[in-house]
Design a protein. Structure first.
Length: 329
């Protein structure tokens, strides 16, 4: 398994690259922009792959996605990737003021439209005859030229995973993904999508986030932080199929009830040891090493992600440091 980190800042990134990190990714929220962070990563790394992981897909036009990648590629040729996520319906309508209907078909069309801009040669008209993103652009300037930048989808449920296999270069899996979810849902759906597209031997990339919280001095706190991150994720009803597959409906209901009450301790307590060990690496470095060895189906490239829910920046940085030490051996 190759490994990387969500962007930890220039100093830790240099340490991580020396320890063998092969990629860094940039998340996105109301107070940080995935492309701005990717620009920072480009300037502070030497060899690693860098890119949004993920950027909100529908919050930007295909032109904006592609132009950002073209500018960044001048400084990091061959090192960029693009991870796209649909976001929730509420985020798209209430936060971004963009249409949110048919997110799977919309995502497939967006990928095609971004690729149309990235693959266009100078002098060519940029064309995408899409349902949601019809484009017919004559860009009369020598600014184009084909760029082959991998596009991965932040896909969770079956239809979007299948679409990732069909139209994108792979999937960037969620931090909740377990061995069972990879083996029983992700891998078959990716393969089916790729087969439907006639991709032959071109296997989609299998990348993903892996919740990692290591604290040699206070492993109990590290495990609690990991439990809280898992609990926070499971408050989202989109992930009901995930809970159903594992038989975690009771625990998920307890988490959501505690969340409604604002009872953080009860949220953490509802995440059993079974759930914790199936999803995260946590505790001491030795604990995490054993948990990593016990996993049977991991992503090909895992971004070791520190918990963020109720965790401050200083503690997140400490978790990133411990993740580097774990992978450095």
């Amino acid at each position: 398994m190759e490994w990387g980190l969500p962007w930890p800042g220039a100093e830790l990134a240099a340490e991580a690259e020396k320890a063998g990190a092969s990629a860094f990714c940039a998340g996105e929220f109301a107070d940080h922009n995935a492309y701005l962070t990717t620009g920072e990563m480009v300037g502070a790394t030497e060899r690693a792959l860098v890119g949004p992981g993920i950027a909100y897909a529908f919050a930007r036009s295909p032109f904006v996605h592609a132009s950002a990648l073209r500018q960044l590629s001048k400084r990091a040729p061959g090192r960029l990737f693009l991870g796209l996520g649909s976001g929730t319906r509420r985020m798209n309508t209430d936060w971004f003021s963009v249409p949110a209907s048919e997110p799977v078909r919309r995502m497939a069309d967006l990928v095609a439209a971004v690729r149309a801009y990235l693959h266009a040669e100078n002098g060519e008209r940029v064309v995408n005859e899409g349902e949601f993103y019809p484009i017919n652009a004559a860009i009369k300037a020598p600014v184009l030229g084909r760029l082959d930048i991998p596009i991965l989808l932040g896909a969770f449920n079956r239809r979007m995973i299948r679409t990732a296999g069909q139209v994108a270069d792979g999937v960037l899996g969620h931090g909740l993904f377990t061995d069972r979810w990879w083996s029983e849902v992700v891998n078959p759906e990716l393969a089916e999508g790729a087969s439907a597209a006639g991709r032959g031997t071109a296997e989609p990339r299998r990348w993903g986030w892996l919740i990692t919280a290591i604290n040699e001095d206070d492993p109990v706190r590290a495990r609690r932080d990991a439990r809280l991150q898992i609990a926070f994720y499971l408050t989202v009803k989109t992930y009901d199929a995930f809970a159903d597959l594992h038989g975690w409906q009771k625990e998920t209901a307890e988490i959501r009830e505690a969340f409604r009450r604002g009872d953080i301790d009860a949220m953490a307590a509802a995440v059993t040891d079974e759930i914790l060990h199936a999803i995260a690496l946590s505790g001491t470095r030795a604990d995490a090493r054993d948990q990593l060895a016990a996993r049977e189906v991991l992503p090909d490239l895992a971004f070791l992600s520190a918990p963020a829910f109720m965790v401050g920046e200083r503690r997140r940085a400490a978790y990133a440091t411990e993740s580097i030490r774990l992978m450095a051996g």
